[in-house]
Design a protein around this ligand. Sequence first.
Ligand code: ATP
Length: 649
Amino acid sequence: MRFNKLRLAGFKSFCEATDFTIEPGLTGIVGPNGCGKSNLVEALRWVMGENSYKNMRASGMEDVIFSGSGNRPARNMAEVGLVLDNADRLAPAAFNDAETIEVTRRIEREAGSTYRVNGREVRARDVQLLFADASTGARSPALVRQGQIGEIIAAKPQARRLILEEAAGVSGLHSRRHEAELRLKGAEENLVRLEDVLAQIDQQIESLKRQARQATRYKGLAAEIRRYQALALHISWRDEEQRFIDAQHRLDADMRDVAERTADQAETARLQAIAAAALPPLREEEARAGAGLHRLILAREALDGEERRARDRAAELERRVAQLAQDAARETALIEDAVASLERLGQEDAALFEEQGASEAARASAAARLSEAEQVLSAAEVRLNDAQAALADLNARRNALAAALAEETRRLARFEGEWTAIAAERDRLNVEASGLSASAEDMAELEALNARLAAAEAQSLAAEAVHAEARESEALTRGPLNEAERHAQRLETETRTLMKLLGSDSGGLWPPVVESLSVEKGYEAALGAALGDDLDASTNTSAPAHWTSLDGDFDPPGLPPGVESLASLVKAPPALQRRLSQIGIVLRGEGRALLPLMKIGQRLVSKEGDLWRWDGFVSAAEAPTPAARRLAEKNRLGDLMREAEAARQ
Ligand code: ATP
């Protein structure tokens, strides 16, 4: 083996790439101590596969990398290449395809060494064998270092054998034999493992044969199962298909039913909407009916009172009828007497007529007497009527006097009782006083007391008179009082009914803004026409439709000249102020003329509910909207409450 060139880069003191050419013949290296001569030999051994860092005079294999000097930084890797001459083609077959063989070893910090032969990466062992075959290598005794000759002479026979074997060119055979022994051992171990594997494979084959038999049986059974499953599925499919057809029929019937019910529902909804629309007037009617009912109850009570009075009056009249019957009986008796007289006169007249001798004078006289008797009779009847009327008055007065007499009798009895008690008390006092010697002062005091008593009695009498007068006055005023109470009750009932009606329709969770509105009386229809359905929206911002208060200044465009804003007549939440400021109130006949003068967003309304909008939309007054009716009811409620309060007072 012939070395042509040694190439170093970053190895020990050789920081820069350095080619060390080895020419034929002897090559000597001369230099001072420490210049790096030994480093070259170490590079040679290192590239031939030295794996002991101690033999490299280092504390670790990475110490062979240039570690820096005073003016150069350390390197991260070192590489040594050795170019061999292979012109004779004596290299091992694996590397024998070129004229030269370049063996390189490269080491990087923390990455270890890599070997390449002609650029192809190889194992360290391959490189060591390459040099061993040529009877050289990193540990070759041919590489003699200082003092090594003496070591060889003094070496043991075993160590000398290495030198001799190398000289005989058989050191490579030892390495190869060792390598072959290692490989043989590895092959034997592989054979043992292979036998184990074969035994395992035999077991697996048996197991697989069993599994194959089971699989075959399974496939047969599975095919049979699939066939039966298919059969069962086919049967159930036919059942399901039949059921599907039945269900389809039922679905069609249901669809028809649903369509009919939907139509019914729509019709019902329509009727419900109509009924709902008719509901507020009915409620109003109900309220009115309730108020009317109450009035009727009051009227019935009044009629009951009148009935009682009429009964009393009837009883009175019956008494009078009885009286009149007696009078009539008396008068009948008188009439019978008169009739008897008339008969007698008739008989006389007949006698006179029969006698024919009676003179015309006598007949005239009889006629005169007859007419006289008739006049007497009519006068008696007139007197009887007068007497009956007078009797009725007298009876009434007698009854009143009897009642007054009974009352006075009771009072008299009470006074007499009191008088008796006072007299007894006086007697007792007199008896007590007789045992006492009355002093002049006591007498004076007694007189004073008597005077006070007399004054008190006079006062009592006066008070009684006043009391009687007051009772009379009370009796006189009780009638108007009852009338006023009935009026107040009627108003209160109507107020309660209206409050109930308004309270039941106040909107629940999101009360409409109309609940918080009040408008001057008479302008309800105007406000209802101006705001329309917007009055049903709430001021609650969580409602789907609601009014929101907008911040910031608002400079409203002015209404047509001379038109008053509806805002001045309405008390409303701030959210409505912008809208109200743009609504004007005008007379019925003025709206159309002012139409062209309106600005965007403005509208005019009349008290009656006509509407003119800025964009030309005109709506004539019609029946008041529910909101307008509600506002009117609220105003009516306020009036009723005031009237009821006044009536109660
Ligand atoms: P001598 O004649 O005394 O044997 P020599 O010429 O053989 O000396 P070497 O022993 O080969 O010299 O070289 C030693 C030099 O190599 C020293 O100066 C040492 O600093 C330098 N050296 C050794 N290892 C490294 C390294 N890893 N990086 C840089 N320089 C190194």
